[in-house]
Design a protein around this ligand. Structure first.
Ligand SMILES: NC(=O)c1ccc[n+]([C@@H]2O[C@H](COP(=O)([O-])OP(=O)(O)OC[C@H]3O[C@@H](n4cnc5c(N)ncnc54)[C@H](O)[C@@H]3O)[C@@H](O)[C@H]2O)c1
Length: 319
């Protein structure tokens, strides 16, 4: 078992793959002070990388232009991953979501990166342990699942594999928090948490389109101006508590009887409703709401929703 190195804010980082995700990850970590080397095999993508990262950071009105220039000066691009990982304290693989490509990269990364470097994959859904098995010391391996656009979205899922050491989780958490991110630790499981939920939604949206229920534009408008904006304020479980778990159960029962078993009522929901735990209206649901906690939660939701909706309206009126 290795003990994770202390990765200070200037420690070198390697990002493997300079595509949609790799360049946002590189930008975030360079802004936090790290020297970042991106390994990118496609010559056209590699040639345009510096300009794309610069464009994304310069468009952020909240960033000091001097900080942006300093961050950009810390980013370099190479074609061979061995050159990127040789001195890296943290290596993040952001290569295409195909196990064959990632396996090759992980075997090479395991052979070339320093033995005590932290090795992370940005996979959206694949098994982190399968990649960890390809390198010496799998206790230094974890998933860091960033979200697109990586330089903007706060959450990073930290995927704990079977062998991932607590030191590695703690050190990666520190690095990400320093970079302004909000890491959340999850267990290694297909799609982790975010993509289990996100892809259930995308799948249903595609089925609604396929079945001709509404146009693509209208489906997107319905989601982003209804429960989508609410999800920016509170997650699906808190929303269910505010909506009433008994109502959610009746809706799911009807959808199961009409659309099939993919809407089957989860055992946890049935148990809560059977026990009279209906959400904020009964004081207990998925969570507990002592005293005036339910009222405070609803007030927080309403006030924050109004602000988010106003910000979206203001921005979209500018075109
Ligand atoms: N796109 C998203 O919204 C998103 C969100 C979260 C996570 N992810 C995950 O991030 C990873 C990367 O996705 P992406 O959307 O950035 O893909 P992408 O296709 O935009 O970028 C991948 C890059 O890796 C490069 N590459 C391929 N083999 C390489 C090698 N051996 N060495 C160096 N570079 C190599 C490719 O040329 C390409 O530029 C995937 O695992 C994906 O599932 C994607």
């Amino acid at each position: 078992m290795i003990s994770a190195p202390l990765v200070n804010s200037e420690a070198p980082v390697a990002v493997i793959g300079g595509g949609i995700m790799g360049r946002g990850i590189a930008a975030s970590l360079a802004l936090a002070g790290h020297a970042v080397t991106i390994a990118e095999t496609d010559p056209t993508t590699a040639a345009g990388l510096a300009e794309r990262v610069a464009g994304a950071l310069r468009a952020d009105e909240g960033l000091d232009p001097e900080d942006v220039d300093a961050a950009l000066s810390r980013i370099s691009v190479v074609s061979m991953l061995e050159d990127a990982v040789a001195c890296a304290a943290l290596c993040i693989e952001a290569a295409p979501e195909q196990l064959s490509i990632k396996s090759d990269i992980w075997s090479r990364m395991g052979a070339s990166a320093p033995q005590d470097s932290i090795l992370a994959t940005n996979t959206s859904a694949l098994d982190v342990d399968a990649l960890a098995a390809l390198v010496p010391s799998p206790d230094r391996v974890l998933g860091t699942h960033w979200f697109n656009p990586a330089h903007v979205i706060p959450c990073v899922e930290l995927v704990r594999g079977e062998h991932t050491s607590q030191d590695v989780i703690d050190e990666t958490t520190r690095i990400l928090v320093r970079a302004g991110k909000q890491p959340v630790v999850v267990r290694n499981s297909p799609g982790f948490v975010a993509n289990r939920i996100q892809f259930a939604l995308v799948r249903e949206a595609l089925l609604c389109l396929e079945e001709g229920l509404a146009s693509a534009e209208d489906i997107d408008r319905i989601v982003s101006s209804s429960f989508g904006v609410r999800l920016a304020v509170l997650g699906p479980l808190a929303n269910a508590d505010l909506g009433g778990l008994d109502t959610y159960r009746w809706i799911l029962e009807f959808l199961t009887s009409t659309l099939g078993d993919r809407f089957a009522v989860p055992g946890l929901l049935a148990e809560r409703v059977d026990a009279g735990q209906l959400g904020t209206k009964s004081g207990v649901g998925i969570s507990s709401y002592p005293d005036d906690a339910a009222d405070r939660l609803a007030r927080y939701r309403d006030e924050t929703l109004r602000r988010v909706i106003a910000a979206v309206k203001e921005r979209s009126s500018r075109g």
